[in-house]
Design a protein around this ligand. Sequence first.
Ligand SMILES: Cc1cc2nc3c(=O)[nH]c(=O)nc-3n(C[C@H](O)[C@H](O)[C@H](O)COP(=O)(O)O)c2cc1C
Length: 329
Amino acid sequence: MSFSPWRLTVAPMMDWTDRHCRQFHRLITRHTRLYTEMVTTGALIHGDQGRHLDFAEVEHPLALQLGGSEPADLAQCAKLAQQWGYDEVNLNCGCPSPRVQRGAFGACLMGEAQLVADCVKAMRDACDLPVTVKHRIGIDRQESYEFVRDFVATVAAAGCEVFIVHARNAWLDGLSPKDNREIPPLRYEIVHRLKAEFPQLTIAINGGIKDDAQIAQQLEAVDGVMVGRLAYHEPWAMANWDARFWGAAPGVQSREAVEEAWIAQLQTAWEAGQPWAPAMRHALGLWNGTPGARRWRQVWSDHRLKTQSPRAVQAQATAARLAGATPRD
Ligand SMILES: Cc1cc2nc3c(=O)[nH]c(=O)nc-3n(C[C@H](O)[C@H](O)[C@H](O)COP(=O)(O)O)c2cc1C
């Protein structure tokens, strides 16, 4: 059986889904498609391309998410995505941050469907990768289904075949980005309706997905599910994804095995002069939900230990976790 490549994905998250995070996630799920943090066209065109674009082979399948609204700039960046070996290039039309709005991209682009269509066309002309769009169901108090339907129709006419829909509005007038991921209500039925009306398009749903049962339920109505905060905060929630959603052998057998592989990687990097803390911060949720998890996390977060080797800290963290797990504690 062949699955849509968008059947299950981990969301782009600024400051979180950097290459360390993605490599950690790969130890838990081999097949789930991963996304970079959003990279702006300005940062790519004028900045350090290697720093923004380099990744490890193991991260495939991997999409680069771009932020921008100039077709020519986006085309140039889509070309870079292909040169660097990404599997997809995704345009962010869902970010509500004021900084992004000043640059006239992100969620405010939903009010400019024809511009998004022009961007998509330019990107498609510049590369052979799938060009996909991530967006909301509306902006501000615009709650009609027709608004998002017309957006999708216009962008699809430019050749976009994959839409990842965060199933809530973006309120651009005063909510912080964090509140904009929590306060506007989720309306999954709007996304289901899009799939029903555009059966030929790949429609993936995003927002508030809490467990495998919800993923399975959504897959009955749409082609794919994108998971953000759950994957980041509770990485072990991905442990069954390869077997359950990709029809593959489970990649890992235990949290111990993931920890072992991860710390081995950090140790090798540390011996080559890399600090381990910027990578380890993404793994702090590994033991969540088990006895002693908090103590394990506390040891890894202790600033005084940052100069010790990963193996040395692991020994202390494991001892703390096992001690924390005893009834006497
Ligand atoms: C810390 C953080 C950073 C985010 N950065 C981005 C981003 O760069 N691009 C983007 O399209 N969405 C971004 N998002 C939104 C997520 O991709 C996703 O749409 C949102 O968290 C809802 O999904 P969830 O409920 O599964 O977390 C971010 C979310 C969080 C929590």
